[in-house]
Design a protein around this ligand. Structure first.
Ligand code: USQ
Length: 405
């Protein structure tokens, strides 16, 4: 843990170049989550007025499944108090379910946001594939929540800028280059620019496709402004702000439902559990460091979309196959003295294991994104970070039980 004084003295305002332009009133939906809480601190540290909304769905889903975050996370009120104590800055907290329109509209009226960062969705592909009820819950929660956001923008904050977390998984793995949201199509002698075709791989990923269509419609009809960030798989435990104090830690999931590939592999390496590569492991995805998510959100806010425009940015910094990730983790863990095996499990998902994957991702770089590349990130320090909480690992939550078939 770094001393707070090294990073953020009380009352300090961090002037990161990409955040320098202005202080905004920013509403973060899903502000208690893996990315939402670090984003709240990051934008608050930069001088913005930040309010967060959450109804603790993620914590409830973990309770339902008997799993929990590797890192011991403080309740949201304690996080907010600790942030105030350490930095002298307030993050306003609202406990509300955004699928309840009256509550959401009231929060919009109270906060009058200029920027809305929308993470307030259930993010797990496997959770959405458990059974009919879970699929319906994820679709209802995500699609209606976002629909409500669009209506609240229209009625209360029509000039605000929505920065919405989409996913690279909306595109699937087509056998052509993936553009940033739109594709020019020539057909029977005529041509047009259209939303890029989508072939998602789970009911969860489908919710983001539905959201994109709804956002696109609302921008066209009502002149709203939105940036749809099609994010890849995020890895990492810490941002500058989470390291200030244990009460500011963000969650770190490693279970079969909410853990993502690299984070899971780091936990498995520490536990001495064979790394769970699904199938051949040649599935390739876009990845990014959690610190780069912070940068991307801030860059999108600092460079808002035009009225009537839904911009789409592909938000990842590098592509890797799952097998490549497993090898990186194995090498780093062996260097630290762990014994690591890589296991190829029968793939619980239906997904292409051999496929073309070449997504364009230049727009955030053009805005000034400075990636933290995996080769420069000390995977060893990530593994050591996991080892700090090794006594909290629940071994029975690791094996994949949810199947697509
Ligand atoms: N995988 C393994 N072993 C594991 C876990 C995953 O081989 O133990 C494989 C999966 O089969 C898949 C790839 O790794 O091919 C990525 O899986 P993941 O669980 O890390 O990520 P995914 O389910 O795609 O979802 C995650 C986030 C989601 C986000 C998405 C971005 O949970 O919120 O939208 O990453 S993307 O993958 O680009 O669609």
């Amino acid at each position: 843990m770094r001393a707070a004084s090294q990073l953020l003295p009380v009352g300090a305002i961090v002037t990161v170049s990409y955040l320098r332009r202005f202080p905004l009133r920013i509403l973060i939906l899903g502000g208690d989550g893996y990315l939402g809480w670090p984003t709240a601190m990051h934008l608050s540290a930069a001088g913005h007025d930040v309010a967060v909304v959450d109804d603790f769905t993620r914590r409830s889903m973990h309770q339902e499944r008997g799993t929990s975050s590797l890192t011991p996370i403080a309740p949201l009120p304690d996080r907010v108090s600790a942030w105030r104590e350490i930095t002298g800055r307030d993050v306003e907290m609202h406990v509300a379910d955004i699928t309840d329109y009256a509550s959401l509209r009231s929060i919009f009226e109270q906060t009058r946001p200029e920027g809305i960062v929308h993470y307030g969705e259930i993010p797990s592909a496997p959770y959405s594939m458990i059974d009919r009820d879970h699929a319906a819950y994820v679709q209802q929660n995500n699609v209606i929540g976002t629909l409500n956001v669009l209506w609240a923008m229209r009625e209360v904050a029509p000039d605000s800028h929505l920065v919405k977390l989409g996913t690279m998984g909306e595109y699937g793995t087509p056998n052509i280059d993936i553009e940033e949201g739109y594709i020019e199509i020539a057909h029977k002698g005529r041509s047009d620019t259209m939303l890029f075709p989508k072939q998602p791989g789970s009911f969860y990923h489908l919710t983001k496709v539905h959201d994109s269509n709804n956002i696109h419609f609302a921008c066209r009809m009502w002149g709203l402004r939105a940036t749809d960030l099609n994010q890849g798989v995020v890895y990492g435990m810490h941002t500058d702000e989470t390291q200030l104090d244990d009460r500011l830690l963000t969650r770190f999931d490693y279970d079969e439902l909410f853990g993502t590939a690299l984070n899971r592999f780091a936990v498995q390496a520490v536990l001495g559990y064979p790394l769970t590569v699904y199938g051949a492991g040649h599935q390739t995805r876009g990845f990014l460091d959690i610190r780069d998510t912070m940068q991307c959100i801030a860059l999108a806010l600092a460079n808002p979309a035009q009225s009537g425009e839904m911009r789409v940015y592909n938000q990842f910094t590098e592509t890797f196959s799952v097998m490549e990730l497993a090898e990186v983790v194995k090498e780093a863990a062996v260097h630290l003295g762990y014994e690591v095996e890589i296991d190829h499990l029968d793939n619980p998902r239906i997904e292409a294991e051999e496929h073309y994957f070449n997504p364009v991702h230049t727009k955030l770089l053009d805005l000034g994104l400075k990636p933290h590349l995996l080769s420069e990130t000390l995977v060893e320090s990530m593994i050591s970070g996991v080892a700090d909480y090794a006594d909290r690992i629940q071994i029975d939550s690791i094996a994949p039980k949810t199947k697509w078939r």
